[in-house]
Design a protein around this ligand. Structure first.
Ligand SMILES: CC(C)(COP(=O)(O)OP(=O)(O)OC[C@H]1O[C@@H](n2cnc3c(N)ncnc32)[C@H](O)[C@@H]1OP(=O)(O)O)[C@@H](O)C(=O)NCCC(=O)NCCS
Length: 169
């Protein structure tokens, strides 16, 4: 039931070990020549659509909830005298990169140029266009910081210092 395009013009689709791509996920090779690379132990839920565009890379342990769209390219649209469909693509912003241990909740939209840092959480219904800092909890449109995962608050001591402090207590 998963709808996976075969790769086109040399693009690669790679799905890592123990990753699950649920029914009614669509991975479509269009809008560029980028690869779609999914790491290990990822889960992509139903209704999610991935347009390969300029490339989509998911790290390991990435969770994508239902009905998300990852659109890694944009149509060129500037010329108002010609149909958009004849104008090709806008220059690449680098595709979409999602680092390890990220949770993207339901109904999110991730655009070309998005870089979601390790450990981040993207709340339901969010629009992501640029950089998301590691271990932040983000949500909304425009995206804003909702919080931080424990141990990664802005002024929390680095992991090594925390373990030393724990020994002292
Ligand atoms: C992001 C999320 C995990 C945060 O949950 P939480 O820690 O319980 O946070 P709260 O509900 O206490 O909300 C904290 C604040 O963030 C805001 N917020 C929460 N989720 C938000 C979202 N998706 N978009 C925008 N703002 C959001 C709340 O309005 C609240 O703001 P306030 O303090 O100004 O009132 C949760 O809201 C969410 O989006 N869950 C996704 C569920 C889902 O898609 N599940 C699919 C199964 S995999």
């Amino acid at each position: 039931m998963v709808d996976l395009d075969t790769s086109v013009r040399g693009s690669i689709l790679r799905i890592g070990e123990a990753s699950v791509v649920e029914s009614f996920v669509r991975i479509k090779f269009s809008g560029g020549l980028g690869d779609v690379v999914i790491g290990n132990r990822c889960n992509i839920n139903s209704g999610t659509v991935i347009y390969s565009g300029h490339g989509v890379r998911l790290g390991n342990n990435v969770l994508i909830a239902a009905n998300c769209t990852l659109a890694a390219s944009n149509h060129e649209y500037e010329d108002g005298e010609r149909p958009i469909r004849e104008q090709g693509l806008r220059p690449s912003k680098g595709g979409i990169i999602v680092e390890d241990d990220v949770w993207i909740a339901s109904n999110c939209l991730i655009l070309d140029g998005a870089r979601i840092g390790k450990g981040a959480v993207i709340g339901a219904g969010s629009l992501v266009r640029g950089e998301v800092k590691p271990y932040t909890v983000m949500g909304g449109n425009p995206l804003k910081i909702l919080g931080y995962r424990r141990g990664h608050e802005p002024h929390s001591p680095p992991a090594k210092a925390r373990s030393l402090l724990a020994q002292v207590k």
